[in-house]
Design a protein around this ligand. Structure first.
Ligand SMILES: [Zn+2]
Ligand SMILES: [Zn+2]
Length: 323
């Protein structure tokens, strides 16, 4: 069952594909290198999308370090222009940035985009971790041309790629992005807890039950609409269903919540993401299998795989003639 992928999605080598997604970091919370995480990877969140002439990097966890090394190798003395989209300020999504080689070359241009966080502006989110006493080099000392852009709109464009943003259910402010490429759209929700959370919150006091039900239903519907018909959905599925029961309110999803959201939104391929630091490769395999069983039971079509560090997915331009 492993490696199963739909007819329009294939794993290919680096330079063949016009639109492709590569995983440089798939882990949630903290990096966990070692023999037990070799296949799914130990680095924290970083995904690269090459589409329609753009290099778009999604989050800057520890996986952005090897991405910088690879870009340097690929481009050599040629200038690199890229956009970096940040979902939120948690360490596992920004901590790799000071080690991103691309930022240390004056030929390069990096545009960084994200929303203000809870209690910090987007500029502060990106620059404060690179100040004494936390780090010896400040953001201003990096030699690449760096633009930090606070997002205020939920729809914008990076070259020919249209980007839609949505706020998701995660402590503080956290965005998800959907990127519309010439070969279909990729939705990226690395950290998100299902809106059922509001029902638990009601049971435990904070909100009146009717109000909670309404908020949960409205927010869920909004998210399904946001994701509807995505070619690829990269989604937080950190916990098994059993683990989720003791992590309600922590801001992360479970296998069954990820599958049901993907089925409801009629996405083509679901990639389980933000692997828990305590889950070794075998555990993630088990979670992928249980996700596939849930899909089989539903009788609907949905490809499921676990996002693997170093793995690349090619999105092929749809064959219009076949439609
Ligand atoms: Zn995270
Ligand atoms: Zn987070």
């Amino acid at each position: 069952m492993r490696g199963r992928i739909s007819a329009s999605l294939h794993m290919r080598s680096a330079l063949e594909s016009p639109v492709r997604l590569k995983f440089w970091g798939t882990r949630g919370s903290i990096a966990v290198p070692g023999p037990e995480t070799l296949r799914y990877g130990g680095n924290t969140t970083c995904v690269e999308l090459r589409a329609d002439g753009e290099i778009i990097v999604l989050d800057a966890g520890s996986g952005i370090r090897p991405l910088g090394v690879a870009l340097q190798k690929e481009f050599q003395a040629q200038p690199i222009k890229l956009s970096l989209l940040i979902t939120h300020a948690h360490w596992d999504h920004i901590q790799g940035f000071p080690f991103f080689k691309t930022g240390y070359d004056s030929n390069n241009q990096i545009r960084i985009f994200g929303f203000d966080g809870a209690g910090a502006t987007f500029r502060e989110i990106m620059t404060e971790p690179m100040r004494a006493p936390f780090f010896p080099i400040t953001m201003r000392e990096l030699s690449a041309k760096m633009d930090i852009n606070k997002l205020t709109e939920m729809k914008f464009s990076l070259g020919k790629v249209d980007v839609h943003a949505a706020f998701v259910n995660h402590p503080g402010m956290c965005a998800g992005y959907r990127l519309f490429t010439s070969a279909g759209s990729v939705a990226f929700l690395p950290d998100h807890e299902p809106y059922e959370f509001f029902l638990h919150a009601a049971a435990e006091k904070q909100l009146p039950p009717d109000q909670s039900k309404e908020i949960a239903a409205d927010e869920h519907t909004r998210l399904v609409q946001f994701l509807r018909g995505s070619e690829v959905l990269v989604l937080d599925s950190q916990y098994t269903d059993q683990e989720y029961q003791t992590h309600i309110g922590w801001g992360h999803g479970s296998v069954s919540s990820a599958v049901s959201l993907a089925l409801e939104a009629e996405v083509r391929t679901l990639l389980l993401f933000h692997h828990d630091p305590s889950h070794d490769d075998k555990m993630v395999d088990t979670m992928v299998e249980s996700a596939r069983e849930l899909v089989a039971k539903s009788g609907k079509l949905l490809e499921v795989a676990g996002a693997q560090q170093g793995r690349e997915i090619l999105l092929e331009t749809k064959n219009v003639a076949a439609a």
